[in-house]
Design a protein around this ligand. Structure first.
Ligand code: ZN
Length: 146
């Protein structure tokens, strides 16, 4: 039926367009706050409402480019619209997605999100003043800074 995840992600890695998508700091924060499980619940809902129907009036435009981790994952994995799903995942457009297909799409998205989580954070939140390893001795002293 469809590619294994490994070969799908191998193909995606050769698309410079798909590779551009990363979680921004806003989405990373949101993911960290909500947790992956909740985020995937949202994803399930997005898939059911925005991708699963047979007819989608704004197909190709239904997935924003930021604002939710799932959106980024969708663009990165070519599950953003039925056109891309047909092209990349060989699930034809123009008919409703069955449950197995919706689960498959969620699985692809989850896989991408898991890969992002294991990536070192792109942006340092604030320049840290406590970056240096605290010297055990100066713990309760005045640790001379200069
Ligand atoms: Zn698309």
């Amino acid at each position: 039926m469809k590619d294994s995840l490994a070969s799908l992600f191998e193909r995606l890695s050769r698309s410079s367009f798909r590779q551009r998508f990363r979680l921004g700091s806003q989405e990373q924060q949101y993911l960290a706050n909500k947790g992956l499980e909740t985020i995937l619940e949202h994803g399930k809902d997005f898939i059911a409402k925005r991708l699963a129907p047979a007819e989608i009036p704004n197909d190709g435009k239904q997935t924003p480019f930021k604002g939710h981790p799932i959106f980024l994952a969708q663009h990165a994995t070519a599950t953003c619209c039925r056109g891309c799903i047909e092209k990349w995942h060989e699930i034809e457009a123009g008919r409703a997605l069955n449950q197995a297909e919706q689960d498959y799409i969620l699985g692809v998205i989850a896989h991408w999100l898991n890969l992002q989580e294991s990536r070192p954070p792109k942006i340092r939140a604030t320049p840290s003043t406590s970056q240096k390893k605290a010297k055990p001795k100066s713990e309760d002293g005045q640790g001379s800074l200069f």
